[in-house]
Design a protein around this ligand. Structure first.
Ligand SMILES: *[C@@H]1O[C@H](CO)[C@@H](O)[C@H](O)[C@H]1NC(C)=O
Ligand SMILES: *[C@@H]1O[C@H](CO)[C@@H](O)[C@H](O)[C@H]1NC(C)=O
Ligand SMILES: *[C@@H]1O[C@H](CO)[C@@H](O)[C@H](O)[C@H]1NC(C)=O
Ligand SMILES: *[C@@H]1O[C@H](CO)[C@@H](O)[C@H](O)[C@H]1NC(C)=O
Ligand SMILES: *[C@@H]1O[C@H](CO)[C@@H](O)[C@H](O)[C@H]1NC(C)=O
Ligand SMILES: *[C@@H]1O[C@H](CO)[C@@H](O)[C@H](O)[C@H]1NC(C)=O
Ligand SMILES: *[C@@H]1O[C@H](CO)[C@@H](O)[C@H](O)[C@H]1NC(C)=O
Length: 194
């Protein structure tokens, strides 16, 4: 019997220690996917039970799920961390003024609960994903001051809740047919840098 119990304990090394919840594990992987020369994420300690006290992270007070990730002005470098979309209650995401690079993945639309997204002032290139309009409650979208190129997706006419859109200072092609812009948005918000 004793050898059997010892065997079980050996198999369950976390039995006597606290362990980070699944959302914390995802965020820990996000941290590992980014270069953080200023050590902005040093409070992200994988020995905590939850990520709720980590720099830039806020959780819903009743569900304790992560609802906001605000990592503005932290000098973070690397690709857009799509893994954040695995946080099912994430409604606010700000990564503005960092060095987020490469293109924005089409599967950013799996961030289904986003209401606020600010990616301004990064190094993003390539097309703006048309799938952004599939995020049903998106109210604020700021992609300004990057190097997005190509056209503004036609699907952007399908946003239901959008109140603020800023695509300014990118390399977008100005479309003559921007009928949806005048209707909902300030024209300056869709200004282009050609
Ligand atoms: C967060 O920090 C506060 C104050 O330091 C502490 O009371 C609380 O237990 C911490 N919560 C978690 C989930 O670590
Ligand atoms: C926290 O989550 C509950 C349950 O989903 C929701 O009703 C409530 O509005 C949330 N609170 C905030 C401040 O978002
Ligand atoms: C959540 O709880 C914290 C600490 O108790 C409080 O400061 C904050 O205002 C609460 N947030 C909401 C949205 O209720
Ligand atoms: C993005 O930044 C990271 C970290 O600085 C770098 O290793 C990577 O090569 C960059 N990727 C692109 C596409 O520029
Ligand atoms: C997004 O971030 C930029 C740069 O930090 C800031 O100037 C801008 O006001 C933010 N946009 C919104 C809609 O909050
Ligand atoms: C999203 O797509 C990228 C490639 O564009 C892929 O590397 C990543 O695993 C995908 N993420 C999720 C959460 O599906
Ligand atoms: C963005 O475009 C500018 C002007 O064409 C160029 O100087 C800069 O290197 C580009 N940056 C990135 C990250 O593509």
């Amino acid at each position: 019997m004793l050898p059997f119990l010892l065997f079980l304990l050996f198999l369950t090394p976390h039995y006597f220690t606290h362990s980070l919840n699944q959302e914390g594990l995802f965020l820990d992987r996000v941290k590992q996917s980014l270069s953080d020369p200023r050590q902005s994420l040093s409070s992200w300690n994988d020995r905590d039970d939850t990520p709720c006290n980590w720099t830039g992270i806020s959780c819903n007070n009743s569900t304790r799920r992560v609802d906001s990730v605000v990592l503005s002005n932290m000098g973070l470098e690397g690709p857009f961390p799509t893994l954040l979309c695995r946080l099912p209650s994430l409604s606010s995401l700000a990564l503005d003024n960092n060095y987020i690079n490469g293109s924005l993945p089409v599967n950013i639309s799996t961030c289904q609960n986003l209401k606020f997204l600010n990616l301004s002032l990064n190094d993003l290139v390539g097309p703006i994903p048309a799938t952004l309009s599939q995020i049903p409650n998106l109210r604020t979208l700021d992609l300004s001051i990057n190097n997005f190129s190509g056209e503004i997706p036609a699907s952007f006419g399908e946003f239901r809740q959008l109140e603020t859109l800023n695509l300014g200072n990118n390399l977008l092609i100005r479309r003559v047919d921007t009928h949806f812009i005048g209707k909902h948005f300030h024209s300056e918000s869709a200004s282009t840098r050609i």
